[in-house]
Design a protein around this ligand. Sequence first.
Ligand code: ZN
Ligand code: MN
Length: 172
Amino acid sequence: MGGFQRMTEQRRLILEVLRGTTSHPTADWIYERVREQIPNVSLGTVYRNLRSLVNMGEILQLSYGSGQDRYDGNPEAHYHFRCSQCGSVSDVQLPYEPELDKRAAGSCPGRVTGHRLEFVGICADCRAEAKAKEAGEVAVFKCTKCGHEKEGRCKPRKCPECGSQNSFEKKE
Ligand code: ZN
Ligand code: MN
């Protein structure tokens, strides 16, 4: 397989990964998924292909200066909500407003061709976690084998870090 073909194969896989999720993942996340299929792929190659796909109009790159860039397999103009706590990004089911371009036209120092909008706030998961913490329901557990700490409502059975079974103890 020639260099060019390998390139398109990687690009196709990246696109498939992106189209298969609604999580608006980071490049790191995409890299991990792609690596499951192409073990010797590099993070740089993933970045290069992501840039090409953005330039081709196949995907969106969400960079608003807040946190890591995220990528979207849906290239249609639509709005997003970003959690300022965990950085998660989700779609906002609000119709795109072409009118906004016209209203902004007079105030912009050039020709307006579109707009991007990101709402910010605290996501439902983070709010639920904060509430549970407030109610004292969440405790910190520490692995007695490797020292890994994990927050949760109940004692984890297995340590995700070292793989030990029943090694967690509640931290006071
Ligand atoms: Zn969040
Ligand atoms: Mn989206």
